[in-house]
Design a protein around this ligand. Structure first.
Ligand code: SF4
Ligand code: SF4
Ligand code: SF4
Ligand code: FES
Length: 368
């Protein structure tokens, strides 16, 4: 890559070729508004919010796709640029439901942020045609509201490049252009795997998680980073927690194992955490707790599970393992661990089996 020197807003910047104007500006700490740009996806130049003035170019150019080359002189906030951005926002808002009061994305919506920044209230062009799509995709996870879609194509690119499924396309042109699934059917009947990558990148509430609907806005939740407990991939997730309840799971783009991706379980399968049937305390058979012999009948009270504390449960387990090993030998015991545990937990189980119990009979469920 060759060294290049360009000027943005009068500031001289030395960098290297192979970047876009937007990337150079962002690295230099110069703000350019965007709607259809996402750092993890290839740029497409669909929204034109990032238009900038480049000297000796005949028209304004999208910073997200324009290659940064030696000698460019760029103005990111000239009066013409600002007026054009405001016009684009006015056009978008003219065909957008102005229901920020009840929208789940309020506070976490790039369109809302930019309308605020540019003072666009939605008063202009209100007499034109407006879309009125039904909001009724029957799938259990993703709310599809095309009335809020700004056709940024981020969902299309996320489905192609993050998950590789290609379930979303843009159908028709002009006023009839809309996102559709499969052969323009419902999301439920498309090849969608419900990974939720499209939801993660959608800048409005056109695609949003159904499970979070009405449960809380972005400023009302606490964000907690964690690792998915479903499988051994170990995807990094961010839980949105309100009143001690998880209302939404987001992916994190810096997750070393998943780089922003999750599967359907990690993103939408969190309701088990608060399920009333979930065991929260250890349980042992009553006869063990009472120090009695194993009953012959499995129907009596002594065979029932009873809750106890961790210390009691661990002591009973340790004692049973010890007596079994001493009576029948270490290889009478087998240890089965789980890919849902962390590496550290599996390492400790390995130590327990080989060093404490003295057996090599250890395996894990992911080999099944
Ligand atoms: S949920 Fe995943 S697979 Fe389904 S449309 Fe969205 S990105 Fe594609
Ligand atoms: S659904 Fe969302 S991500 Fe997809 S094109 Fe519309 S606004 Fe963009
Ligand atoms: S999100 Fe899916 S792939 Fe990732 S750890 Fe969880 S279950 Fe495994
Ligand atoms: S962010 Fe550049 S055209 Fe949309």
């Amino acid at each position: 890559m060759a060294s290049i020197k360009l000027t943005i807003n009068g500031k001289s910047i030395e960098t290297h070729s192979g970047q876009t104007v937007l990337e150079v500006a962002q690295t230099a700490g110069i703000y350019i508004p965007t709607l259809c740009y996402h750092h993890a996806l290839p740029p497409e130049g669909a929204c034109r919010m990032c238009l900038v003035e480049i000297e000796r170019q005949r028209s304004l150019q999208p910073a997200c796709t324009f290659p940064a080359t030696d000698g460019l002189v760029i103005h990111t906030h000239s009066p013409e640029v600002e007026a054009t951005r405001k016009f684009i926002l006015e056009m978008l808002i003219s065909d957008h439901p102005l229901d920020c009061m009840t929208c789940d994305a309020a506070g976490d919506c790039r369109l809302q942020d930019l309308a605020y920044e540019y003072g666009v209230k939605g008063g202009r062009y209100q007499d034109g045609f407006k879309h009125s799509y039904e909001v009724n995709d029957p799938n259990p996870f993703i709310q599809v509201d095309r009335n809020k879609c700004i056709l940024c194509h981020l969902c299309v690119r996320a489905c192609d490049h993050v998950n590789g499924v290609e379930a979303i396309s843009v159908f028709y042109r002009g006023f009839n252009a809309h996102i559709g699934f499969g052969a323009d059917g419902s999301l439920q009947d498309s090849p969608c795997e419900f990974c939720g990558s499209c939801v993660a990148v959608c800048p409005t509430a056109a695609l949003s998680p159904k499970l979070a609907s009405g449960k809380g806005r972005s400023w009302q939740v606490e964000k907690v980073d964690t690792v998915c407990s479903y499988c051994g991939v170990g995807c990094k997730l961010t839980l949105n927690v309100r009143d001690d309840h998880i209302i939404k799971v987001e992916s994190t783009w810096d997750g070393p194992a998943n780089h922003g991706w999750t599967c359907v379980k990690g993103r939408f399968g969190f309701d088990y955490v608060h399920h009333p049937d979930r065991l929260k305390k250890p349980q042992v058979r009553k006869y063990l707790l009472d120090g009695k012999k194993k009953p012959k009948s499995r129907n009596g009270k002594l065979w029932q599970w009873v809750e106890t504390d961790w210390e009691t449960a661990i002591n009973i387990t340790a004692e049973k393992l010890r007596t079994t090993r001493d009576k029948f030998g270490p290889d009478s015991i087998g240890v089965l661990t789980s890919a849902k545990c962390t590496n550290e937990e599996n390492y400790l189980m390995n130590k327990l089996a080989r060093q404490a119990l003295g057996t090599n009979n250890i395996d894990h469920c992911a080999r099944l």
